[in-house]
Structures are given as C-alpha cells and as structure tokens.
Design a protein around this ligand. Structure first.
Ligand code: NAD
Length: 471
C-alpha cells in the first residue's frame, strides 16, 4: 500500500492541511493500492502565496537562467524514467507503447520549450512604441488523469519559459504518479515557490485556484463541462484562460486510400491511449463506394487487438482508469445499440478471459449517423463509429458538424487531395496519413474543444502580456 500524505509547497514536501483521504486503485486488478491525503482550500491559498512571493524575483530571471532550469528539469525526469514508467502502468494501466511515449515526452517538453525560449524575442519595436512581453504572474494549472506526466510537465515548462510561477493541481486519481514526478522535479533545484503541486479535489482545490484574485491565469486540460465551469469561476477576476478540452475527431478515409496501409493507422488514431484520449479519431468517415471492404477489414483488425495486462508488450488496450469510467463506456455501448447502430465488433462487458479489471471490449459501430449521441458525445473509451459518406463534400460537412474541433485525421493516396480536405476542416490540428506529432506546432481546439493553444511560441505567448512603452 502506498500512503501519499504530502504535497509540495514553497520548495518543500509538506503535510496537507486537508484531511480527506481518497483510495487509489490498480485499474487492471481493481485492487486498492494506496491512499492519498488530499489538499484543501487552505493548501491552495498557501501554494498561491508561495508562488506569488517567488514571482517577484523569478519574473526577472534571464532567458539563459530559465533555459538552464528547463534543462535540469528534463534531466531530472529522464534519470528516473524506469520508476515513472512503472508507476504509470500500475496506477493508470497504460499499455507499454503509451508509457514508452509518455515518459520521454515528459522529459522532452522541457527541451522543446527551452528551444522556443532561446529563439524568442521578448522585445520588439512597433513605430514609436517599444513593446515588451511581460510574464502574466501566478498561473494555476489543472490537469486530468489520462496523461498526468505530460500535462504537468508541458504546463510547467511553459510557465517557466515565460517567467511565471505556478500552482499545479493534478487529478486526484494520479497521486502515485504525481508524487514520484514531484520528487524528480524537486531534484532540479528550482528556487522555492516557483512551482507548487497540490493534489486535491477539483471542486475544492481547483475551484479555489480558479477564483483566487492572485492567480493571473488558469491553464486547464480536462472535460468541456469543467472547462466551462472554470470560465465562470474565473470571470470575476478576469483571468486569462487556456482550455484544452474534449474532442470527437473525424478520421476520414478518402476513396483513393490504400486500405492495407490505412486501416491500422485509422485504428491506432481511434484507439490511442485505450481510447482515453482527447485527440482520438473516434468518428471514422468511410466512402460508400468502399464501405463493405472497409467494414470487413475493420472488423477483423479490431477482433485481433489484444486487450489486457498493460505490462504485456502485445497489449494495445489497457483498462479504463476507474469503475466510473468503465461504467460510462459500457453505458455508451448500450446506447449505441439502442440508437439503432449495428455492432460490428466488441460490445458490452469485459473481453473474453478477463474477469477482473476495468477492461472494455474494443467496439466498433457501423451504420452510425452523425446525429446519434454516440457520434456527437465524447465517450473516452475504445468505442468507434463508422459513418458512411457519399462524396468529399459530404465528408467535410459531416466532419465539421460537431461542437468539437480538436484533432482530425485524413487518409488518402493523393497528398494534394488530402491537403485540400484538411484545409476545410474546423480543427486545431489535422493529421494527414498518420504524420508524427510536431512538438513546436500549436495544439488546441476550435469551437468547444477549447480556447488558446499550447506548445511552442503560441503556448509561450498565452503566458505573456504585451506592454507598449511610448517614447
Ligand atoms: P475533468 O474535467 O473531470 O477533470 C480535469 C481536472 O479538473 C481534474 O484535475 C479535476 O479534479 C479538475 N476539476 C474538476 N472539477 C473542477 C472544478 N469545478 N474546478 C476546477 N477544477 C476542477 O476531466 P478528466 O475526467 O480528468 O479527464 C478527461 C477529460 O479531459 C476528457 O473530456 C478529455 O477529452 C479531456 N482532455 C482534453 C485534452 C486536451 O488537450 N484537449 C487532453 C486530455 C484530456
């Protein structure tokens, strides 16, 4: 049993003022693996006060000092990669391929931000005005459970690059991972108060941070519903907000696509991170002219996917993070059938041979219309919809007919045609033919997938305020 009974304020591990204890589970076995003592409102206030004090001198540090800190943070993560990987598999149930991406990613986001910072000019002349980009102040970062290390590290990296101090409120379900990560970050030896980490409940610590007058900005990653709540809570003090919210990405197969190549990519984009991914391409748009072939290939490919113990390197789909998430995904699978969609693969219940653990059968519905709830709402599990379309025009219309707009996928043999379709999509990112992640390019959503962008210079500037001095 792991007993997590400390948070991190002002450069030191401290016992929380909060006394609420929450259980932590291994989602692969449903066993309780530990407990976490949660921070409360008072802890949030103490953390903001520490960040505010630290801001006075931290905001005046030089670019090269901050680049040095970013490099030390990266090295501190890399040096304990193995332990971080084990904690992520244990507490989150992430399959090896995703752990293998996530831990190096958590280390590299600091180096990516150091590169952005090195090239960034904080001062520019505009006519008679000298414009300098000023750090905003204290930032509150609120993060979800589905990529705990990555979100904490990318938000911390951005704040540091900008000269802001930060209070981070990670998900209460990721306490084992957060505790270990905090040890690593502490090793980097940053000045006290520059970063503070308070694990606690969203409606307690998250709400205290989003309403606090000394917090200049909230950088939030999570659900659209909570994102809207944060905008309301932060409105009184007119905080700057960056919101990275949900998605229902279109995964468009154009009719010239080479299906041998494309079907595995379509599925890996749809089922990434066991389906618990905001960027998942969960609406597969298939041309009517090739529908039968696509459906039969999808069926056999999905039936061959291994679900189970995330430590098995052949496993592509691990458990859902919690009982609540398992129940939610099951209810959507039920809903799909009730709405009249046809179950092509998977279905309700656990995969064969798995009696314990919050495992879901990877599921694909055919005959889905874009009006069905399973096509409109974010399920956040390994459940995909196949929506047929007549021609390119209709594919674009269906793809854009959603309240979300985070990440879209286009698959085609003709690159120019794929680009033409990509240019018409209302989406923060469009990935053509499974192109790899670009860490310096902006990431964020159109419409209700969010406000603002993260990564690279676009992310950096959301933590800065221009001041024009006229001479
Ligand atoms: P969530 O919105 O329930 O929680 C996210 C964080 O917000 C948690 O730390 C939670 O404690 C906190 N929170 C909850 N209520 C709050 C409140 N009233 N005030 C302040 N903070 C509060 O999301 P989740 O279930 O942890 O994560 C899944 C969701 O995150 C999905 O909708 C997914 O699409 C989204 N997500 C988006 C991105 C992106 O980059 N766009 C990335 C990953 C996940």
């Amino acid at each position: 049993m792991r007993i997590i009974d400390r948070i991190y304020i002002d450069g030191a591990f401290v016992t929380p003022h909060g006394e609420e204890i929450a259980s932590l589970y291994n989602p692969s076995t449903e066993e309780e693996i530990g407990t976490v003592r949660l921070g409360d409102h008072t802890d949030a206030l103490l953390a903001v006060a520490a960040a505010r004090r630290a801001f006075q001198s931290f905001s005046r540090t030089t670019k090269s000092e901050r680049i040095g800190m970013l490099k030390r943070l990266s090295a501190a993560i890399a040096s304990r990669a193995e332990e971080l990987s084990e904690a992520m598999a244990l507490e989150y149930g992430a399959p090896q391929y995703f752990v293998g991406f996530s831990v190096p990613h958590a280390a590299s986001v600091f180096l990516d931000m150091a590169e952005t910072l090195a090239a960034y000019d904080f001062t520019r002349q505009i006519g008679r005005a000298e414009v300098t980009m000023q750090p905003l102040g204290v930032v509150a970062a609120i993060t979800p459970w589905n990529s705990n290390y990555g979100f904490i590290c990318s938000k911390l990296a951005t704040a540091i690059a900008a000269g802001c101090t930060i209070v981070i409120k990670p998900s209460e379900m990721s306490a084992v991972q957060t505790d270990l990560l905090t040890e690593c970050l502490h090793e980097a030896g940053l000045p006290p108060g520059v970063f503070n980490i308070v694990t606690g409940r969203g409606d307690v610590v998250g709400a205290a941070l989003s309403g606090h007058p000394d917090v200049a900005k909230v950088s939030f990653t999570g659900s659209t519903a909570v994102g809207k709540q944060i905008v309301r809570t932060s409105a009184d003090t007119l905080k700057r907000v960056t919101l990275e919210l949900g998605g229902k990405g279109p995964n468009i197969i154009l009719d010239d696509a080479d299906l041998d190549k494309v079907i595995p990519i379509v599925l890996s984009m749809g089922l990434a991170n066991s389906g618990q991914a905001c960027v998942a391409g969960t609406r597969i748009l298939a041309p009517e002219s090739r529908l039968a072939d696509i459906l039969s290939r999808l069926k056999s490919a999905v039936e061959a996917i291994k679900t189970g113990d995330p430590r098995d390197s052949n496993v592509r789909i691990g458990p859902m993070v919690s009982q609540k998430q398992y129940d939610r995904v099951q209810s959507y699978i039920r809903l799909g059938s009730e709405e009249g969609a046809e179950l092509l693969a998977g279905g309700e219940g656990r995969p064969e041979g798995l009696e314990r653990g919050w495992f879901v059968r990877p599921t694909v519905f055919a005959g889905v219309t874009n009006e069905m709830r399973i096509a409109r709402e974010e399920i956040f599990g390994p459940v995909l919809c196949v929506i047929p379309y007549r021609d390119e025009e209709q594919a674009v219309a269906i793809a854009n007919d959603t309240s979300y707009g985070l990440q879209a996928y286009v698959h085609a043999s003709d690159d120019e045609r794929a680009r033409r379709v990509a240019d018409r999509l209302q989406s923060g990112r469009v990935v053509i033919n499974g192109a790899p992640h670009e860490p310096l390019a902006p990431f964020g959503g159109f419409k209700q997938s969010g406000i603002g962008r993260e990564y690279g210079v676009f992310g950096l500037e959301t933590h800065l305020e221009p001041r024009a001095v006229l001479v």
